[in-house]
Design a protein around this ligand. Structure first.
Ligand code: 5GP
Ligand code: ZN
Length: 114
C-alpha cells in the first residue's frame, strides 16, 4: 500500500530495528517504546487492522501470534509476563493503519488500560 509506514518497513525502504523476519512476518522495536521490551509484529501483507482479517488469514494471524510468543522467550520476558495488544480504530488509539501486534514487557503493567 502506498504511504503505509509499516509496508515500507516490511519492504526495507524505511529503517527499523528489525529483530525477526520470515516470508510472512516482520518484527521490529517500537520507535517510541512504552516498556523495556516493546516490539511490533506485523504481517508483510497490508491489512488495515484486526477488523479486516478474513478466515483465509487465520494462519497468518496465528503466525503473528506465535512469533510474538517466541520473541517473548528470546527477550526473556516469558516467565515474568508480557502483554499482547492490537489497537483497532480511533477509540483504541490506532495510529498506523497496518495490522500490528504490540509485545510489551519488562515491567509491571496496570489494568484496565487508559
Ligand atoms: P498503534 O497506536 O497504531 O497501535 O501503534 C503504532 C505504533 O507504531 C506506535 O507505538 C508507534 O510508536 C510505532 N511507530 C510508528 N511509526 C513507526 C516507525 O516508523 N518505526 C517504528 N519502529 N515504530 C513506529
Ligand atoms: Zn501497510
Amino acid at each position: 500500500m502506498n504511504d503505509c509506514p509499516f509496508c515500507a518497513i516490511a519492504a526495507g525502504t524505511i529503517a527499523a530495528d528489525r529483530i525477526y523476519e520470515d516470508e510472512e512476518v516482520v518484527a521490529f522495536r517500537d520507535i517510541n517504546p512504552q516498556a523495556p521490551t516493546h516490539i511490533l509484529v506485523i504481517p508483510r501483507e497490508h491489512i488495515a487492522s484486526a477488523a479486516e482479517l478474513t478466515r483465509a488469514q487465520d494462519p497468518l494471524w496465528g503466525r503473528v501470534l506465535h512469533v510474538a510468543q517466541q520473541l517473548a522467550v528470546s527477550e526473556d520476558i516469558d516467565a515474568s509476563g508480557f502483554r499482547l495488544v492490537t489497537n483497532v480504530g480511533a477509540d483504541a488509539g490506532q495510529t498506523v493503519p497496518h495490522l500490528h501486534l504490540h509485545l510489551l514487557g519488562g515491567r509491571a503493567m496496570s489494568w484496565p488500560p487508559g
